[in-house]
Ligand binder design. Sequence first.
Ligand SMILES: *Cc1c(COP(=O)(O)O)cnc(C)c1O
Length: 373
Amino acid sequence: MSAPERDAQPLNFVVNRCANPSSAQTRSSILANPGFGKHFTDHMVLATWERGRGWHDAQVTAYGPLQLMPSAAVLHYAQEIFEGLKAYRHEDGSIWSFRPEANGERLQRSARRLALPVLPVDDFVGSLRALVTADQEWVPAAGTGETSLYLRPFMFASEAFLGVRPADVVTYSVIASPAGAYFSGGLKPVTLWISTDYARAGAGGTGAAKCGGNYASSLAGQLEGIKHGCDQAVFLDSGTHEFIEELGGMNLFFVTKDGRLITPELTGTILEGITRASILELGKELGLDPEERRIPIEEWKDGARSGDIVEIFACGTAAVVTPVGELRWDGGSVDHRREGVEVGEVTQSIRQQLLDIQYGRAEDTHGWMTRLV
Ligand SMILES: *Cc1c(COP(=O)(O)O)cnc(C)c1O
C-alpha cells in the first residue's frame, strides 16, 4: 500500500522563489510581535505522491492558496496527519531543530495508521531544511527569549474521489509561522476541566496518531471546559473514565513530594509526545524518579488535597512546559499549589533545561539538536 520507505534517490526540493516576498519592514514588524500561528513565511513546501509512482514534484514555492477539488477526499473523510516542531536560532546565527528525526518517525507511524504513504525520514528533514533555508530571515534572532519559527508539516488525501478507500493521490506540505513566547504575559498556570462527557480517543482508534481528526473530536470537550472558566480540558480513558490520558494537544506530568515524576503510560490512545519523552530523560538527570503508568483521576484529586502531589505541568512543542494550577469538574475543584507558588521548582527547571538545549545555551549531551541552516 505505501511507497518504499527509501526511494532510490532522496527527494530534491526544487526552489522556486516567491516573486514578491514580504519587505524587510513588514517582516520585522511581524517578528516583533508574532503571536502564534497568525503569520506565515514567504514560502512553503509541496510534494505529491501517487500510487504506483511514489513521491514526486518536491518543491519550495510561494506560500499561497492550494488548489483542491471540492471532492478532495480529505474534506470528506479526514485522511490527514501533521507534525509540529520549531526552528531555533542560536547565538552564532545558525538555525537548529529539536529531534526532527523523531517527528519524521512519528509522521511515519501516523501515516501507517491513517493509510497514507510513508515519507522517508531523510526527506522529512530535507523538506524542513529546504524551507528554513529559503525563509531563514523569518527565524527570529537569538537572544529574544523564546521566539522561534514554528514548522507545520502535514499530509492529506488530495485525490478528487468520494469512494471510501485510501487515496491514490496525496499532498505533503510544510508551512512555517514565526512564534513568540507562548505566554506573552509570562508563565501562568492553567486551569483544567475534566471532560467526562467526551473522550478524544478510544481503544483501537487514532489517539496515538497525530491527525486532525483527534483535534476535531477534542473541541467539544474544550468548549465545555471554557464554559466552566477553564483554559483546557483533560481527557480520560474512554472505557472507564477513570484514568488520566492527556489534554487536547499536550501530555501531562505530576511531581510528588517524594520526588517521583509520573506521566500516563502510552496505551495507544495517548499521543507519544517528543517533549514528553525528552522530559522523562531530563527528569532522571535532575534526580527524579520517572514513572509511566495508569493514573486514576482520583489520585490527582487526593494527591492535590493531601499535598502528595506538589507540581503538575503539561508539555508539548508549542508551549514547551505549562504549569497546571487548578483542576475543576462537575461539582468540585482542587488546587495543589501551596502558599501562592505559581510555578513549581521542578516545572521551572525542566522548562529552563529544555529551552537551554533548544537555544544552544546548554550542551546538547543527548544529541537532540539537528542543524538545519
Ligand atoms: C503534538 C501533541 C502532543 C505533544 O507532542 P510533542 O511532540 O511534545 O510536541 C501531545 N498531545 C497531542 C494530542 C498532540 O497532538
